[in-house]
Design a protein around this ligand. Structure first.
Ligand SMILES: C=CC1=C(C)c2cc3[nH]c(cc4nc(cc5[nH]c(cc1n2)c(C)c5CCC(=O)O)C(CCC(=O)O)=C4C)c(C)c3C=C
Ligand SMILES: [Fe+2]
Ligand SMILES: [Fe+2]
Length: 339
């Protein structure tokens, strides 16, 4: 008989998603999947299907594809960076629970590589143990919640279910706060200190927060802890929310409105960091680094810098290791007698 290989534990790094190409048809496919998720859009299904198909999908993809084309680097930055994070994390975990093996994989809620496909592939390779790490530092039903849903939908189609555990979020993890603070310090050592430091988080509609989504509180906690670690006075930093979509009210203050007000009222220099994004993407490289920069300078501001996301920083990989290793060890602890 062939000797049995020791079981493998698979760690999945999950980010939101992105189109396959920076073209209008590819963006339409992606937006259709993303914006059909009731976790993202809470308008009644029938009404939203009409709005989506008649008003959003015929026009938005063309405009958004242009924005993607302006930041595309042979691939979408968010997918490229996710793959880089996987490559850097895997050697940290591979032999951490020998004789069991650990592999790390990229997955996305929308677009490719899609979470259900990744699960199917790994199951067909015999993997029985999973650690799922959504890369959303601040849980929201519209981001992290959608990962739980995708897994649940996938499990509904399976007879022989695997073991899995999920990290909900890590908005106040000391290694996350330290990684952000160190990244800002490094940036300011090169570019100097600004008058204002802005923590601009991806927003959510205000009614989602009113119904109990804990996301805005988590964002405030992250920003306050980083500001404290940097020793900032209250008037030296601000928290704001970006990326509004649709006509309803979103959580405030709005990033673009604050920047315009600052530009008009004589604030000269601003640095912007966006801690909700574990990888640079359309919302940072285009909306923050290009669009909002132009708005601030146009309104009278003098100097505007976007501080990159944690991306492939060593301190970020340290954090991802610290978040996943205890769960990997937990599964390894249940594997006694595997032979
Ligand atoms: C109601 C709509 C949206 C909610 C709620 C929402 C929450 C949310 N999104 C992210 C992270 C990302 N969003 C990205 C792009 C993006 N987001 C929305 C809408 C909502 N997001 C849209 C329509 C788009 C696509 C671009 C556009 O058409 O304007 C991205 C970037 C992906 C990329 O390819 O680069 C990320 C990342 C979080 C974390 C979140 C809740 C907290
Ligand atoms: Fe979004
Ligand atoms: Fe945007």
């Amino acid at each position: 008989m062939k000797p049995k290989l020791p079981p493998r534990i698979a760690v999945l790094l999950v980010n939101l998603g992105t189109p396959d190409e920076a073209t209008a048809p590819a963006v339409r496919r992606y937006l259709k999947q993303f914006l059909s998720d009731p976790r993202v859009i809470e308008i009644p299904k029938f009404l939203w299907a009409i709005i989506l198909n008649l008003f959003v999908l015929p026009s938005r993809p063309k405009r958004v594809a242009k924005a993607y084309a302006s930041i595309w680097e042979g691939d979408s930055p968010i997918r490229k960076i996710l793959k880089g994070q996987v490559e850097l994390l895997e050697p940290r975990l591979a032999d951490s629970v020998a004789p069991f093996r650990v592999s790390v994989h990229p997955a996305m809620s929308y677009g490719n590589p899609g979470l259900p496909d990744v699960m199917d592939t790994l199951r067909s390779e015999g993997v029985e143990h999973f650690v799922i790490l959504p890369l959303f530092p601040q849980y929201s039903a519209s981001s992290g919640g959608a990962v739980y849903d995708a897994l649940t939908k996938w499990t509904l189609k399976q007879r022989n279910l695997p073991n899995y555990s999920i990290v909900k979020d890590y908005f106040a993890h000391p290694l996350y706060i330290q990684a952000l603070a160190d990244s800002i310090r490094r940036f300011q050592a090169k570019h100097g200190k600004p008058e204002k430091l802005m923590f601009s988080f991806h927003g959510i509609p205000q009614p989602y927060a009113d119904k109990g989504d804990p996301y805005p509180q988590r964002c405030k906690c992250t920003a306050a802890q980083v500001a404290h670690a940097l020793g900032l006075q209250d008037d030296e930093w601000i928290i704001s929310f970006q990326s509004r979509f649709g006509k309803q009210e979103w959580v405030k203050p709005y990033t673009d409105v604050v920047l315009e007000d600052w530009g008009k009222s004589g604030v000269r220099s601003v640095q912007v960091i966006s801690p909700a994004f574990s990888a640079d993407c359309l919302e940072t490289l285009e909306e923050l680094a290009i669009e909002n920069r132009e708005n601030f300078l146009h309104a009278g501001g003098q100097e505007y810098h976007y501080i990159p996301a944690l991306n492939l920083d060593e301190a970020h990989i340290d954090l991802l290791e610290a978040l996943s290793l205890p769960l990997v060890k937990g599964w390894a602890g249940t594997l006694d007698g595997w032979a």
